[in-house]
Ligand binder design. Sequence first.
Ligand code: UD1
Length: 355
Amino acid sequence: MKKIITVIGARPQFIKAAVVSKALLANKNLKEIIIHTGQHYDHNMSKIFFDDLKLPKPAYDLKIGSKDHGAQTGLMLQKIEEVLLKEKPDLVLVYGDTNSTLAGSLAAVKLHIPVAHVEAGLRCFDKTVPEEVNRVITDHNSALLFCPTTNALDNLKKEGLTKNVYLTGDVMYDSILLMIEIAKKQSSIMKNLKLNPKKYCLATIHRAENTDNLERLKEIVEALNESKKEIILPLHPRTKKYLAEYKIKTAKNIKILEPLSYLDLLILEKNASHVITDSGGMQKEAYFLKTPCLTLRDVTEWVETVSTGANTIVGADKQKILAALKKPDSTIKELPNHYGNGKAAQKIIEILKRF
Ligand code: UD1
């Protein structure tokens, strides 16, 4: 039997890992051991996802918590190494682009344990974005690279990475196909918030490039205030902290909530007139759910969502945000399937079995 150690730690990774873990559990020849780095630790940033997604309880909870990048990644590296030395896995599986991804891949490659990276090959070509640094290094640490799109595959090729590179489709698409049906049955968020479909926007802001920059955060919030639209804004702890620190006020049209569960978030994304976000995952979720998206960044890794017209890059530019929100609501009808067929997890398992 092959022993696989999965390293996860932040909200988007719980979502991505859940579908693969489920497929791993169904496979007798592969045994998965989960390490949770503790990068996200609040109940509604972590535990609630494990519960909703039925993700197995981590065998190791490293409880690293929030720190500066160096300290956070360094501590993770040290503690993950201890577990790897004890468990001696055949492979380490990492997801996405967070500090937990980087630490997991680095700890493993230094011990000559092969690394498999799910969501390999994404690039925004800006090294001031912490996630970009994490992705590039993780891809180069990896022995197996699972790309969600052909564009990701091309990016790796340009960096000379062609061996053991696979186009699997996107595990987030697998996840949404499964979870949206559960969400429809279980979520009462629309009723609880007294919302009408397509009469509100859903906004999220959490990236360092927006939150840690007074000008950008102010401009984004001003745009939301001036839009006069009903805006639901579940606040990431980082954003909450900076809004208070910069003394930026939100107007009455903005309803601030605590971070939401995956199920409630999916329902709000599906029923919103627009999703306004700097999250990578939400750009795709909006796309899968056919809700127009405004991306609060100057670039995106998910270029397919933009080329199909479903996603508009608005940066932190008030006029661009307001103009995009004024465009008549065009419900997106059909979208090309750039992200696979909903069986990415299964493809990944087949490759892991053969490796
Ligand atoms: C991290 C990832 C980002 C991902 C995001 C999803 C990195 C570099 N960034 O960013 O790619 O899109 O997760 O949310 O790895 N905090 C809490 N409670 C928590 C978690 C965090 O209060 O449960 C606070 C911390 O005190 C800190 C802030 O949130 O001030 C940032 O947390 P951190 O995990 O460092 O980065 P994220 O911004 O969440």
